[in-house]
Design a protein. Structure first.
Length: 83
């Protein structure tokens, strides 16, 4: 692995920090920088596209019919495990 020291213009550093603060779980600056470089280089053909399928959630076509699943999910999972 190669270490690098970079100098960022103020506006880029402010934008990076604003993005990090906007996330529910802020990414480490190293992880964010690596992800940005990967995306940039992949779009330009210098890295292969990511392998495998990206994580995605497909909503069910029909709900459970129960309106409290989001708040009582532990109970429903326990009942399903017992049965």
């Amino acid at each position: 692995m190669k270490r690098a020291t970079i100098t960022l213009p103020d506006e880029l550093e402010e934008a990076l920090e604003a993005y990090r603060r906007s996330q529910d779980v802020p990414l480490a600056l190293t992880a964010l920088t690596q992800a940005a470089l990967r995306e940039y280089l992949a779009k330009r053909g210098f890295l292969p596209p990511p392998s495998g399928r990206s994580f995605g959630i497909t909503p069910a076509g029909r709900g459970s019919g129960t309106g409290d699943v989001s708040s009582r999910h532990d109970r429903y999972l326990a009942e399903a495990a017992e049965g």
